[in-house]
Structures are given as structure tokens and as C-alpha cells.
Design a protein around this ligand. Structure first.
Ligand code: GH3
Ligand code: MG
Ligand code: MG
Ligand code: MG
Length: 299
């Protein structure tokens, strides 16, 4: 991890001394006033800030508070550096406003070095944790094969969206999309080709629906879309286009393969706005499409 340390101190000699130590850990930027320090924090996004408490303009506590209030800088650890004689109040005040640590002047080089090292190690660990968390959240939400939302996430997201739409009195459409004779595709061309078909169909769905629509793979070869602020007729046009796109697909590696989908649409208004009800009705419409010969959209 590349570190950048911001030193805010009005005394040039202190900036020079602290920079000398901080340089061992990465790039150093300095500021001589509280105001310039706040600007530098936004501009440079440092990994760590060493902040003098007694500054000519805004005192260090206030600078620290401002840094902790701003979502752009609140994650940056701040180590307060002060020349005030050891004053319990100053120390506890600094720590309660969110400073990570405290260094007393006159500074001792090994102490400063150790405190910087500790903060940078912590910063690295929290960065790694944050990335692992993001990755986990992504994994928990998505279906690995198609990149769509998985069933659980789709149901939750659709539920929330439905409540929002219900509050505003907007109609919502739920559509079920099921690949026709998918078992045959697997049997005839193999499971790998089947998987390829699923990713391509998912991609078609994703490209057809709008940004605000929610798309999920409910399982196997079944996908569902929630279209907010849509009525059955409007949605029919969109889904008919999807049906057409899928039936026009060609697969260079499997020239004679053709894929079609059957789609069922349910419009939800007023009181029957639950995702379970929506899926049930869209499923019934989808079976109507199957019965009518597949490769169809039914309401
Ligand atoms: P219908 O037109 O009536 O929908 O027939 P179908 O063959 O599409 O429906 P059926 O439910 O009989 O078969 C679905 C098949 O999907 C069975 C299952 O083995 C296969 N399947 C489920 N998940 C996956 C997957 O992740 N990859 C592959 N390749 N196949 C899968
Ligand atoms: Mg000072
Ligand atoms: Mg099927
Ligand atoms: Mg099915």
C-alpha cells in the first residue's frame, strides 16, 4: 500500500523534523495552517494526518472535528501533536473527537516512528477488511454464472422497490422469463453449452431492461424482472423485444443451436402488491405462454 502522510504544523522546524521521520513510510505533504491542512486533506487524500494542536488560525481540535465530520476525510486517522504540557483534558478531548492517537512535544523520534507505524498498519488492515467486505457483499448478492442478482437478493430488492411504488401509488410489473426446452439443450449440446446459453440470455435481459428495473436469476433457467412504474402493456413491448432478441441469437461454436424464451407478465396495482403474489401470477402467465407453443409473451 502506498502511504501519503499529511503534516499540519505552523512551525517550519516541526514540519521538517516530522517529515524526516514520515518520509521513511511514504510520500509526505505539509501544511502550515488549519485551513491549508483541511484543503490538503481533501486534495491529497492522505493515509494518515499528523496534526499540531496549536495553530495560528483554526486550532487542531477544530481541524480534527472538521475532518471527522466530512465523509470524504472521516476515515483518515489523525494523530494529534501538541506542545502543551501533558494535560489530561487535552488528551481526552483529542481522543473523544476522534483522534487516533496523541504525540507530545518535545517529540522523541522512536516514539513518533512507532506511532506512525501503528496507524499505518491499522489503516492497511481496515482497507483490506473493507475490500473483503465489498467482495463478500457482492458474492452474497449475485449469481456466479450470470452476474444477475441471486434469488434471495432479488426478492429483498423487489420487496423494497414494491413498498416504495405502493407508497407512491405507481403500478409495477413482474415478469418471469423461462428458457424453452432447456433440458434438451443440455442433453443435446452438453452442460457447458447450457451454461453459456444462460449467461447470454441473462446478458440479453440485462441489456433490454432499464437501469431502474431489477433483474434476478430465480434458479435454473428462470429469470425474473421487476419493472417499476410500468403497466402490462408498456412492459409487453419491452419483453416482446427481449423474446425477439433471444430467438435471433446465434452461437458461433454451435451453429445449429436456437434458443427461445417464454415470458409471463403480471401487473401489480393497489393492494395485491407483494413480490410473492407477483411471481405467482407472472408464473401462471408464463405457463400460458408454454401451453400456447412457447417463444411467446403472455399477460
Ligand atoms: P420448458 O420449456 O417447459 O421450460 O422445459 P425445460 O426443459 O426448459 O424445463 P425443465 O424444468 O424440465 O428443465 C430445466 C433444466 O435446467 C433442468 C436442469 O438440469 C437445467 N439446469 C438448471 N440449472 C442449470 C445450470 O446452472 N446450468 C445448466 N447447464 N443447466 C441447468
Ligand atoms: Mg503549533
Ligand atoms: Mg424452461
Ligand atoms: Mg423452468
Amino acid at each position: 500500500m502506498d502511504h501519503k502522510i499529511l503534516i499540519i504544523d505552523d512551525l517550519e522546524i516541526m514540519r521538517t523534523m516530522l517529515s524526516g521521520i514520515a518520509k521513511e513510510f511514504g510520500e509526505v505533504v505539509t501544511a502550515a495552517t488549519g485551513k491549508d491542512g483541511l484543503i490538503a486533506a481533501l486534495e491529497h487524500k492522505p493515509t494518515l494526518i499528523l496534526l499540531d494542536v496549536v495553530l495560528p488560525d483554526i486550532d487542531g481540535f477544530k481541524v480534527c472535528e472538521a475532518l471527522k465530520k466530512d465523509y470524504r476525510t472521516q476515515h483518515i486517522p489523525v494523530v494529534l501533536v501538541t506542545g502543551m504540557e501533558k494535560d489530561e483534558d487535552a488528551e481526552s478531548r483529542g481522543l473523544t473527537i476522534g483522534a487516533a492517537d496523541y504525540i507530545l512535544k518535545p517529540i522523541k523520534v522512536p516514539v513518533v516512528r512507532a506511532r506512525i507505524q501503528t496507524q499505518l498498519t491499522l489503516a492497511e488492515k481496515s482497507k483490506a477488511l473493507e475490500e473483503a467486505n465489498k467482495e463478500l457483499t457482492h458474492l452474497a448478492m449475485t449469481d456466479a454464472l450470470t452476474g444477475c442478482f441471486n434469488r434471495r437478493y432479488f426478492m429483498n430488492a423487489a420487496d423494497m422497490e414494491l413498498s416504495r411504488m405502493k407508497r407512491h401509488g405507481y403500478p409495477v410489473v413482474v415478469a418471469m422469463i423461462d428458457v424453452d426446452h432447456f433440458k434438451r439443450i443440455n442433453d443435446q449440446y452438453g452442460h457447458e453449452v447450457g451454461d453459456e446459453v444462460l449467461s447470454v440470455v441473462a446478458k440479453c435481459c440485462d441489456e433490454t431492461v432499464r437501469y431502474e428495473d431489477t433483474l434476478g436469476r430465480l434458479g435454473g433457467e428462470e429469470f425474473a424482472v421487476l419493472l417499476p412504474v410500468a403497466d402490462a402493456e408498456g412492459a409487453y413491448g419491452v419483453l416482446e423485444r427481449l423474446r425477439q432478441t433471444v430467438s435471433d441469437l446465434t452461437f458461433p461454436n454451435v451453429p445449429d443451436l436456437r434458443v427461445t424464451v417464454s415470458i409471463g407478465i403480471a401487473e401489480l396495482t393497489g393492494e395485491d402488491m407483494s413480490i410473492d403474489a407477483g411471481i405467482k401470477r407472472a408464473d401462471e402467465a408464463m405457463y400460458k405462454a408454454k401451453k400456447a407453443g412457447r417463444n411467446k409473451v403472455e399477460i
